[in-house]
Design a protein around this ligand. Structure first.
Ligand code: ZN
Ligand code: ZN
Length: 289
């Protein structure tokens, strides 16, 4: 009998970017390398739990891939950071939501006293689309999150939900499975007086921080109260929180591939773990420091 040892498979959390852009989808020759879809990030726990962060236009191609992988039955949770259009506009085109045998739990928040369900149904009114939320045949459960709560997804994944700074409010998420940590802070601003400590706390020692980097330094100075960050802000948070990797996210609509690649070099000169989030890119956690 051989003496070779059998190692258990390494437990990993996988993160894949499907939409990395803020505002509105911007397809075209200047955005093919980074991608033009609005925010959507796929997260898979080691147990196979599927968590989708935001339902921007990137959720449409994700839906097609999931239908192919799970033709019988799909169960997933969609966490909506906030209901600005670029974070929900893809949902009507998320194909798994039209299949009766699928179960989709959508977590989000009421906004300006409108319930999450009303907001999602609102963007599918007859004046906008030829089908309504109630026509989506999947078993869809819509749940409101509260600031400070911790969601439990599957058996081992916890999601801390934290209010951050953005017009109308936004939630940041800290997703933990065993010793793996992913922090998601999109559409977040830091005021002129320095870093928002809530973001640093959310990201503390994370394997990967996904952080808003929509603004240039000049835009940030002019529009600091618009609830977005520059790549310098994101890098400062990454350093202060001691994260291992930083994904610059929610790129400006006008930023070309060339500009973003240049920005990536500048960010990496300060924080080598920084990179520009690109459609199709997959990051496997835990990240080795
Ligand atoms: Zn946005
Ligand atoms: Zn927003």
């Amino acid at each position: 009998m051989g003496t070779s040892k059998v190692f258990p498979p390494r437990l990993t959390m996988k993160v894949r970017f499907w939409g990395v852009r803020g505002g509105v989808p911007v397809p075209g020759p200047d955005t093919v390398r980074v991608g033009g879809n609005t925010p959507c990030v796929e997260v898979r726990s080691p147990e196979g739990d599927l968590i989708i962060l935001d339902a921007g236009s990137g959720i449409r191609p994700l839906g097609l891939a999931l239908q192919h992988e799970f033709p019988e039955r799909l169960i997933c949770s969609i966490l909506i950071s906030h209901t600005h259009l670029d974070h929900i506009q893809g949902f009507p085109f998320f194909a798994p939501a039209r299949q009766r045998h699928n179960r989709i739990i959508i977590f989000g928040e009421k906004r300006f006293d409108e319930r999450l369900e009303e907001i999602l149904a609102g963007q599918m009114r007859a004046v906008y689309l030829p089908f309504a939320l109630e026509d989506m045949d999947a078993d869809i459960l819509i749940k409101e999150m509260r600031n400070g709560e911790t969601l439990v997804i599957g058996n081992n994944t916890l999601v801390d939900v934290r209010r951050l700074e953005h017009p109308g409010g936004v939630f940041g998420f800290r997703i933990t499975n065993r010793d793996m940590v992913l922090a998601y802070a999109t559409d977040v601003g830091h005021g002129p007086s320095g870093l928002d400590q809530r973001v640093v706390d959310l990201a503390r020692s994370a394997d990967l921080l996904i952080h808003d980097a929509q603004f240039s330094v000049e835009q940030k100075a002019q529009y600091w109260d618009w609830g977005h960050s520059s790549w310098e802000d994101a890098v400062q948070v990454a350093v202060a929180a001691g994260v291992k990797k930083l994904a610059l996210f929610h790129h400006d609509m006008l930023a070309s591939d060339t500009q973003l690649e240049e920005l990536e070099k500048q960010a990496q000169a300060v924080f080598p773990g920084a990179f520009v989030a690109r459609e199709g890119l997959e990051i496997v956690l835990p990240e080795r420091a």
